[in-house]
Design a protein around this ligand. Structure first.
Ligand code: CA2
Length: 156
C-alpha cells in the first residue's frame, strides 16, 4: 500500500498548549505533539500534515481542501481533529466533514464527559469513525493508530 496521508487539525487556543492550564491540558506543547505524530507516522507508514487555527472558517477551508483531488494539500486519506471549543458549537465544521466525506477521528486531551455539561455534547462525534478523549497528548497517538487501522482495514 502506498504511504497514507493524514491531516491533523487543531482548533482554537490549542497553540497555547504547554504554557497554561496544565491541569486540564498537560505540559506538552503543540509542537511536541505534532513532532510525536510525525515520528509515529514514519513508523506506521503515514505522512502527517498538521494545521492549527483559532478561526472556524480556516478549519472549514482545510477540511474542504482535504476532500479535493487537486488542492495545495494534495491527496488526503483521513483527518484527525481536535476541534477544541468548536466541538460543542460548530455546525459549520460538522457540515464540512460530512460534505468532505473523509474518515475522521475526533480527539480531546481531556475527558470532556468528566467536565462541565456543555462539553458533553459534540456537534461532530456522530460523524466520526471514533472519538478519543482523556489521555492527554497520548490521545492524538491513539487516534493516529486508530485511523491508520481503519484506513488499512476498509481501504480508506
Ligand atoms: O480536551 C480537549 O482537547 C478540548 O478539545 C480542549 C478545548 C475545550 O474547549 C474542549 O472542551 C476540550 C480547549 C482548548 C484550549 O486549550 C488551551 C490550552 C492551554 C491553555 C489554555 C487553553
Amino acid at each position: 500500500m502506498s504511504l497514507l496521508r493524514i491531516l491533523v487539525l487543531h482548533g482554537p487556543n490549542l497553540n497555547l498548549l504547554g504554557s497554561r492550564e496544565p491541569g486540564h491540558y498537560g505540559t506538552t506543547s503543540l509542537a511536541d505533539i505534532n513532532q510525536a505524530l510525525i515520528e509515529l507516522g514514519d513508523r506506521l507508514g503515514a505522512e502527517i500534515i498538521t494545521f492549527q487555527s483559532n478561526h472556524e472558517g480556516e478549519l472549514v477551508d482545510k477540511i474542504q481542501q482535504a476532500s479535493l483531488a487537486r488542492s495545495e494539500l494534495g491527496h488526503i486519506d483521513g483527518i484527525i481533529m481536535n476541534p477544541a471549543a468548536y466541538t460543542h458549537t460548530s455546525i459549520a465544521l460538522r457540515d464540512a466533514v460530512l460534505a468532505g466525506g473523509k474518515p475522521f477521528i475526533e480527539v480531546h486531551l481531556s475527558n470532556i464527559h468528566q467536565r462541565e455539561q456543555f462539553r458533553h455534547r459534540s456537534m461532530l462525534a456522530d460523524t466520526a469513525v471514533g472519538v478519543i478523549a482523556g489521555f492527554g497528548a497520548c490521545s492524538y497517538e491513539l487516534a493516529l493508530r486508530g485511523l491508520i487501522h481503519h484506513l488499512k482495514n476498509t481501504g480508506g
